[in-house]
Unconditional design. Structure first.
Length: 416
């Protein structure tokens, strides 16, 4: 008897009992469910929630692997200095770098999934419903949007808060109004701000070495700009991701490839992505225009971020990652096609605005997405109302074609 048959027998044994949802979840996670529809008015398709979640995870895996190598690369470069002539295989894709990454990033993944799925199972057993696969993506997103040295106990508390308050209290997967991963990130920032910002948290070992003779700096590009100082990274470093930052947010190249994969697999909305990019560029252009016009003195604390080239905002921080993997969340985002344009535009627009006007937290995409999560239903409401008004207006002005010969003759007389 194979493992599948044993799990199926175990599922049948506990059918109708309190722990049934837990065994059903384990069975359907590993294997295709035995029960399928055979007749009736059903829409048949190969895509379901589990396959959708797995597709998004596949798009995130390259960012995760790159983040592991980058964690080691930033660590050793901060200690020994950046190499004069960079080589991908000699300086970046090395076993030493990967060892640092896997020992720091993998525990974040384990804690994220362990705590999050544990709470999902608990609520499923208590409430008597099936375990939903919605946390599969959230569990992967959370380790990618936090600093590499985030304490595991701190992450566990934040995950518990995000899953319970940001999701389960609203009814579970598909019912939440806020993105759970961003809720977790927001909790971490407001509860433990010193671990989510500054110049020490982005490079492994920088916090431990602070105040010693071996102290190292891990300041990000946005952090440097917020402090009015310069940075030493090239455009290639920004685009490929060889810069400090949250675990999975640094490589714009891999994020773009992941976004294209989600668009062509029809998982994510290209309208939200495009409009968010346009919104970010628009806000960046406005700030660049203010600086070019001479309306802002160079000693202003906003000067360096406002003068930062508008298109480079997309290469640093978590803007690209947030646009591709979080703004496109089908549950918390706008549902109407026209609403997606407004929703995405304001996410990009507000992201750059928050970056500039909040130097203490020079990253705004997550707060912008959470804010637009709240307004997404309102946007859809007015889009639907606008469509109804247009249709009513067309109905009033539409020609009502006559049905009888007398009505036809009457209409001809009137038009003559």
């Amino acid at each position: 008897m194979g493992m599948k048959d044993k799990l199926h027998q175990l599922k049948l044994k506990y059918q109708g009992k309190k722990m049934a949802p837990a065994f059903n979840a384990l069975h359907t996670f590993l294997y295709t469910p035995n029960d399928t529809t055979h007749s009736g008015a059903h829409v048949r398709g190969a895509d379901d929630l589990k396959r959708t979640m797995n597709t998004v995870i596949l798009a995130l895996v390259p960012c995760l692997l790159f983040g592991m190598f980058n964690a080691g690369y930033q660590h050793y470069s901060a200690i020994n200095g950046f190499p004069e002539s960079f080589s991908l295989f000699e300086n970046f894709l090395t076993w030493d770098n990967f060892l640092v990454g896997i020992t720091t990033v993998l525990p974040l993944v384990i804690v994220s999934y362990g705590i999050g799925l544990g709470i999902e199972f608990l609520f499923a057993v208590i409430k008597g419903h099936e375990v939903e696969e919605g946390y599969l993506v959230t569990g992967m997103l959370v380790p990618l949007i936090v600093p590499v040295d985030t304490p595991l106990w701190m992450l566990a508390i934040a995950v518990a808060f995000g899953v319970v308050i940001g999701k389960e209290v609203f009814g579970g997967t598909g019912m939440n109004i806020l993105n759970p991963a961003l809720t977790i990130r927001a909790f971490l920032f407001f509860a433990y701000p010193t671990w989510m910002s500054g110049d020490k948290v982005w490079v492994h070992g920088a916090v431990e070495r602070a105040g010693t003779a071996d102290a190292i700096s891990g300041e990000t590009i946005l952090g440097s700009l917020a402090q009015g100082s310069d940075y030493s990274y090239s455009l290639a470093d920004m685009f490929y991701g060889f810069i400090p930052g949250s675990v999975g947010e640094t490589s714009t190249l891999l994020i773009i490839l992941g976004g294209l994969f989600l668009v062509f697999s029809k998982i994510a909305s290209w309208r939200i992505m495009v409009s968010a990019v346009v919104g970010a560029l628009a806000m960046g252009l406005i700030f660049n225009g203010i600086v070019d016009a001479g309306w802002l003195p160079e000693y202003s604390k906003f000067y360096t971020l406002m003068s930062f080239p508008y298109w480079q905002h997309l290469l640093v921080g978590g803007l690209a990652f947030g646009i591709v993997f979080m703004a496109t969340d089908p549950v918390t985002g706008s549902q109407t096609n026209k609403g997606k344009w407004y929703y995405g535009f304001f996410i990009g627009f507000l992201s750059v605005m928050i970056r500039v006007f909040n130097p203490g937290y020079p990253e705004g995409v997550f707060l912008a997405i959470l804010l637009m999560n709240v307004f997404a239903p309102t946007i859809d409401h007015y889009v639907v109302r606008g469509n109804i008004k247009k249709r009513l207006k067309r109905l009033k002005t539409a020609t009502i074609y006559p049905k009888t010969s007398d009505e036809v003759d009457s209409l001809k007389t009137e038009t003559a």
